[in-house]
Ligand binder design. Sequence first.
Ligand SMILES: Cc1cc2nc3c(=O)[nH]c(=O)nc-3n(C[C@H](O)[C@H](O)[C@H](O)COP(=O)(O)O)c2cc1C
Length: 211
Amino acid sequence: MSAAAPRTITLAWTGASGMPYGMRLLECLLRGGVRVYLLYSQAAQVVAKQEMDLALPARAREAEEFLARRFNVGEGALRVFGREEWFAPVASGSNPADAMVICPCSMGTLAAVACGLADNLIERAADVMMKERRPLVLVPRETPLSAIHLENMLRLAHAGATILPANPGFYHHPARVEDLVDFIVGRVLDQLREPHQLTPRWCETPAPRGE
Ligand SMILES: Cc1cc2nc3c(=O)[nH]c(=O)nc-3n(C[C@H](O)[C@H](O)[C@H](O)COP(=O)(O)O)c2cc1C
């Protein structure tokens, strides 16, 4: 990769609660100049409607146009791929993204990735990241967790994935829901080594509001 080429990150949205995390993460990555390959499940569409009143188009190309307009990005900055688009770059270890995040991550997708099912493009892309030993971050959301959930997470952690639960802290005195969202999104960006100023760091003075 040339020094001028943008980093490419695969972002997958699945049907766990927490679509505002996924949407904010997409926004931050695009604003940071990262090229994003976006994948989303059918259940993610249902959750997007429920949690954000957002009608995400079922067709990948329509979703690409819709989201590129929403975030005002030029051609190529965002590519959206369908559930069985096996000719997408993320489907092969010969052309993997620099990193992948599944945010939010349902227990269903987490289980499928832990078992290496690779039955849709999200599962396959995650499988590729692990076999190629590239960073894979999962942001699961469920409570309480069963022994099966915990064993699947442990299995993924042993395989090199990062389990980053959607558990925001409260020690930074969040005043708004957006502060809680940014807490998690900031942690994901840290894992991706993407610079951000979403939340003050431990022992740093917070920036005044509005900055
Ligand atoms: C509004 C809504 C919220 C949901 N929240 C969760 C959740 O927090 N965690 C979870 O594992 N599944 C949750 N589910 C269930 C998943 O969407 C469901 O298991 C689905 O099959 C996951 O499919 P996917 O992994 O292909 O996205 C939720 C479903 C709906 C409709």
